[in-house]
Each structure stands twice: as C-alpha cells, then as structure tokens.
Write a protein that binds this ligand. Structure first.
Ligand SMILES: *Cc1c(COP(=O)(O)O)cnc(C)c1O
Length: 472
C-alpha cells in the first residue's frame, strides 16, 4: 500500500467502524464460532508479493467480525467491560500515526509529560491525595508484578536483582483467598513461588480476616520466613470481594510491609465520591492499580498505577545501559524505568481525549447508571420464586442462581446453572459468565458497556427467565 492511499483506506476503515458500532446489536454478543474455524480461512504463510488493500479489507470484513466476541455490544454482561470510547479510538489513531515510542522522556517528551499530567488528573478524579505519583502500565497484571517485585527488592535490601533468590529466606506475600489470579502469576514470575503467596480466609463480608492475617504473619516470622507485602482486593473479579483497606494497611504498617491495592475494575467507579467508602483508607496504601481500559472507556491497554514512593519502584525496575542514558534536564522521568517493558505505547493521549470529550460528569453519570441498572435487575430476579441472588450487587456486579423448586439435589442444581450460562450465550442476545462462589456454581451479572441503556437490562431480564424456564 502506498502512503498516498492512506487517506482513502483510513476513511474506509472509519466508515467500517461507524457501521459496525451502529449495527453491533445485530451480532450475537459472544462469538458463535468453533475452534479452528477462523484459522482455517487464513493462509499458512505470509505472501511473497504485495496484495491489494481491496482484497485485504474484503477478507477482514468477511473473516474477522464473525469470529469476534463483541465487547462493545450494549448487552455484554460478562467478565468486566472493555470499552473503547470513540474519542479514545481517535487518539489511538493519532498516536499510531506518530509511531510513538515512549520509553524515555527524550524519545517522546510530549508523551512523557502528558502521561505525568494524566496520571495526576486520574489521581484527583478518584480522590487520592497529593503524594501519589504514577505511570500508565499496559495492564493491571503488569502493575501488580511491578508491585511484587518492589516488595521483593525492598525486603531483600535491593540485592535480589543482582544475586538472585537462592540463599535468601522465603519471602511471603499475603492476599485474600478471593484475589485475582494475576497475583499468583506475579508471584511465579517474580521467582517467589506460589507456596509463598499466603491466602488469607475471608469473613462473611468476603473481606480478608485481619486476625488471620496477623496470625499468618506472626507464624511466618516465627518460622524464619520474611514477610514482604500484602495485596489488597477492592472489587474482586468473581463477585466483587472487597477488603477493608484501612485496617489491612494499618496492620501491614505495623510490620513495615508494602501494600498494593488491586482495584482493577472497581477503581474507575471512584470518580463518584459516593462509592469511595469501598476503599476507605486508600491513602495508606503504597501502590494502587485501576484500569481505565475497563470501565472508563480508554481502549486496551491502559492501567493507571499509582505509587507513593516511585523511587522504590524505579530502583527495582531501572536498568541503564549506556545507550539508554539520556542527558536531559534534571528531574526528567523515563517511564521505561517504572515498568517491565522498554518500548512503550503513547497511552496518555487516549486518556486526555477521553477525559475531555466526556468530562468527569459524563463518566460519572454512566457509572451511576450502570450501578443503578444492575441493582434493578437484581431486584427483579430476586422477586422471581425460581431465582436467587447469591451475592448482592457490589457496584454493578452481582451473582445469581436458577433454583426451580423441582430441583433440589446440589449437583443437579450446579449442572443446571452451568447449562443455563451456555444456553444463554448460545442464544446470543446477551452474554454472561459463570463463577464458583463458596463451592457452588453461580452466574455473574455485570454491566459496564459505554452505550448500554436501561432497556438492555429489560432484555437481560427476559432472556434469563425465558432461557432458564425452557431448559427443563
Ligand atoms: C481485570 C482484573 C485484573 C487483570 O487486569 P489486566 O489489566 O487484564 O491484567 C486483575 N485484578 C482484577 C480485580 C481485575 O478485575
């Protein structure tokens, strides 16, 4: 493709995107393809000769969308949302046009300085006090890995990057049994090992039991292990489990442990002051992650990672071979020293466009609607004799079960609920996912798509009842 054709094909792509977004409701929400169906339509190897853009676009339109699950569908109620607000998409195109590589201040001063500003805009938006600095990571998984590496280095007196981990005592990290699997993975990658992630039982509020946390730390010290940090959950994936941030942070501080708060999904809702009780005490945390790429409309990937003492993160992550040393002004920030990646995308541009194009009030209204509509559906389902709300809404997430009077055997009920999720997703009008809560199969309902309306909740209500009652 020649550069002279860029405008033509870029406009074509814009037209396709516009049509797609306008017609998205006509697609089944979850891809209805079989494994291998898409791959079978793609040649085994790259072409030696150039192909025409006409052919490439035609193949895209024909092959790709039918094999996509439509995360921007207003009746996407599965997992957590992944929104790409139009303003963010436009910013992405502009950033890509500049092939921005934002590893150092010098390689993209605008990107670095805008990123600093955007992190601070986000900090203020979610009500964090001054004193938190931060960076836009690709994902929450990376932010959590960086936090666990920081725990490790800090606890081992900044020696483990140099010496490796053999010869040191076992480092212990604590988290509730309801935290996300990215914490486990970070333990593996950091070389600390699954067995040193101590999962603390939760109480009947689904929060980490602080007495058990203290007992676990004391037992580890007595056994000659080295406690390194605590990962605190705000809005867990399965049903929104939330730890008491203030209590856990205070306890951690008694033992000088580093605290990292995983609020990947729920953190976005903190732009609304009325939800901030969910992370009361957040100012005591050392590190916090929330994902604007989930609920705020920044397209993948965009994770805001706030850190109280960036020096400890940079001391953990910075490598400075000669060719990366820059001789800019004092006080410049090189964000590659705050993360795993060297090369980095220009993520701040989409945050800037997004926050300005919708305004905090626009985003707050959206989030408040989602919370209210989710509560409405929970109330409606709760009033049906053959449904139960297993866990009450936390923000816009709740779990439920189908419990017709004719079925009493627990295993049969589990199977029925698993089958119900499959049947609903095969139906295609809405998309839900399952989870296991305290040993039983439950169905998750979460709403968070940017364009959804209250009427989409009514469709969900109808589909859930209709498909369930047709199962028997
Ligand atoms: C989504 C999610 C993650 C993982 O986020 P990524 O950005 O996909 O790595 C971690 N923790 C919680 C609570 C989440 O909801």
């Amino acid at each position: 493709m020649k550069k002279t054709e860029f405008e033509k094909w870029s406009s074509q792509a814009t037209r396709w995107s516009t049509r797609y977004l306008n017609e998205i409701e006509n697609y089944p929400v979850r891809a209805q393809t079989f494994p291998g169906e898409i791959a079978a339509q793609i040649p085994d190897a790259a072409p030696d000769e150039a192909e025409s853009m006409e052919q490439i676009m035609a193949d895209f339109e024909h092959i790709i969308p039918p094999g996509m699950t439509h995360w921007q569908h207003p009746r996407f109620f599965a997992y957590f949302p992944s929104n790409a607000a139009p303003a963010a998409m436009i910013a992405e195109q502009l950033a890509t046009s500049m092939a921005a590589q934002c590893m150092l201040w010098q390689t993209s001063p605008s990107a670095t300085e805008l990123e600093q500003r955007m992190v601070d805009w986000l900090r203020q938006s979610v009500g964090l006090p001054e004193g938190f600095d931060g960076v836009l990571q690709d994902t929450a998984s990376t932010a959590t890995l960086c936090a666990i590496l920081t725990m490790r280095e800090r606890t081992l007196n900044w020696e483990s990057n140099q010496k490796g981990l053999s010869g040191f005592p076992h480092l212990r990290v604590y988290a509730s049994s309801r935290t996300h699997s990215s914490i486990d993975k970070a333990m593996w990658i950091a070389g600390l090992g699954q067995e040193n992630l101590v999962k603390i039982d939760t109480d009947d509020e689904f929060a980490m039991d602080e007495d058990k946390l203290r007992a676990a730390i004391d037992a580890d010290i007595a056994a000659g292990h080295k406690p390194a940090g605590v990962v605190i959950c705000v809005g867990g994936t399965s049903m929104g489990a939330t730890d008491r941030v203030r209590k856990v942070c205070k306890l951690a501080q008694e033992y000088q442990l580093f605290t990292h708060v995983d609020a990947a999904w729920a953190g976005s809702a903190m732009i609304c002051p009325e939800y901030r009780h969910l992370w009361d005490g957040i100012e005591l945390a050392d590190s916090i992650v929330l994902n604007p790429h989930k609920w705020l409309g920044a397209s993948m990937e965009c994770s805001a990672h706030f850190i109280k003492d960036p020096a400890s993160l940079v001391r953990t992550m910075a490598i400075q071979p000669e060719y990366l040393k820059t001789y800019g002004k004092d006080g410049i920030v090189n964000f590659s020293e705050w993360s795993v990646q060297l090369g980095r995308r220009f993520r701040a541009l989409k945050v800037w466009f997004l926050l300005r194009a919708y305004g905090l009030n626009g985003l707050r209204t959206m989030i408040r609607n989602h919370v209210q509509w989710s509560e409405k559906l929970a109330t409606l389902l709760d009033a049906e004799a053959d449904f139960e709300i297993t866990t009450q809404p936390i923000l816009s997430l709740f779990t439920f079960r189908y419990i017709p009077a004719s079925v009493t055997d627990p295993d049969t009920l589990d199977e029925l609920n698993r089958n119900l999720v499959t049947a609903i997703n095969d139906d295609g009008r809405i998309y839900l996912t399952q989870s296991i809560h305290d040993g039983v199969n439950v169905i998750r309902f979460m709403c968070g798509q940017f364009d959804m309306q209250e009427s989409d909740i009514d469709v969900a209500y109808d589909v859930i009842r209709e498909v369930a009652r047709a199962l028997e």
